[in-house]
Design a protein. Structure first.
Length: 252
């Protein structure tokens, strides 16, 4: 497990060309140069042989989520994670539907009507992934599940500790935007790899890692918005709006 507090970008693609012709028309092939023909073939292959992603489905944490898919299929229908196409979550055929993994369901009556939707009964952050549905090995639907970020306002007093829950075991990053008048420039404050914690010089003596990221001895300059990001999906999972007040000093 590796957590990091920074910003990188990832992307993933999947192209499919099962059962589809990629042959260019004969008249085109006869009238183009070899280089141009190769370009036309590549264009036709990647244009006609890919399954476009459907609109993402976004729900609140721990709600049920239905990933839509409408397609007639007389054979075996399977739902899998995009990155694990051999690991079936739920499946249906003409006789029945089966939940191969707990928490994933398909309805047989709906399957017979051409509704191949998958229901995730408890959508937590670990299920915030891209999913694929296939009919007899041919991909027919591609849906991304998103979960609304938690939002937590925190009020602290100078000298207290700030605890930022990381919420997931997967790799995360934390972004900081200062709202304090004397706050440091916004950006990366720490990185974590396993149990190794690396922080910017101004945070080295105050930061530690337990089940959360702890920032000790906060001051008004630490006020701001701290965003925990799922690095794999590049989605916010928890947004902390932090206000640090000065200590009240009473004099006679």
């Amino acid at each position: 497990m590796q957590r990091s507090f920074g910003k990188t970008s990832t992307s993933e693609t999947r192209t499919l060309s099962r059962g589809r012709s990629t042959a260019a028309p004969r008249s085109v092939m006869q009238s183009c140069s070899s280089a141009l023909c190769v370009l036309i073939l590549l264009t036709i292959t990647f244009t006609t042989g890919s399954v476009s992603a459907d609109s993402p489905v976004k729900v609140k944490l721990h709600d049920s989520a239905t990933l839509p898919c409408s397609e007639r299929c007389s054979g075996l229908v399977r739902w899998t994670e995009f990155i694990n196409p051999r690991d079936t979550l739920a499946e249906c055929d003409q006789t029945s539907c089966r939940s191969v993994k707990e928490g994933y369901q398909m309805i047989h009556d709906e399957y017979l009507k051409g509704n191949l939707s998958l229901t995730i009964t408890d959508a937590d952050f670990s299920k915030m992934k891209r999913y694929m549905c296939d009919c007899d090995g041919k991909d027919v639907c591609d849906v991304q599940l998103q979960i609304e970020a938690l939002k937590t306002p925190l009020q602290k007093t100078t000298g207290e500790s700030l605890m930022l829950n990381l919420d997931i075991a997967e790799e995360v990053e934390v972004l900081y935007n200062s709202t304090g008048a004397a706050g440091p420039s916004s950006g990366q404050i720490c990185t974590v790899a396993g149990r190794s914690l690396q922080c910017e010089p101004e945070y080295k003596q105050r930061a530690s890692l337990t089940a959360a990221l702890e920032l000790r001895n906060v001051t008004p300059s630490d006020s701001g918005v701290y965003t925990v990001m799922d690095k794999r999906n590049e989605k916010a999972i928890h947004v902390f709006t932090v206000t640090v007040q000065g200590m009240n000093i009473f004099t006679a």
